[in-house]
Design a protein around this ligand. Sequence first.
Ligand SMILES: [Zn+2]
Length: 152
Amino acid sequence: MPKDYCDFGINASYYLPIFELVRDVGRETAPPEEVDARRDEAPDRIETRTLRIIRDTVWAERVKEEHDHMCQICKTRIELNGGEAYAEAHHVVPLKEGGPDVKENIMCVCPNHHAMLDDKIRRLTPEKTVGVAKAYVRWHNRKVAITKQTAV
Ligand SMILES: [Zn+2]
């Protein structure tokens, strides 16, 4: 809604009710009592069908245990309330891109570094990738280079 009517060549007050009508079309909201009644309802749900890669978590769990659930990049170890530690297993060459589900393709990382590695915004260095096959590290770093080239 215009607050400044300087550009109107005619009496703007004539048009204001029309503007308000146009603005309010489609903005009908539920009466307050209906909104209050819906507040406690669970959000609507839809049924979906998903195809997931079946992965063997044995190697992921083993890599996390070998690193004592400590991120191989930043050395963060997240301890949960129950006393157990939390870490994530990152497949350096993702399974969806043909990477194997083997120990040499898995790193133990914190959630932040997992996201950075998945998004290919961080290169890997040899000292941070103990236990990972060099070929997989090279694959990852080539992807980072391509991402940075296209991002610039
Ligand atoms: Zn980390």
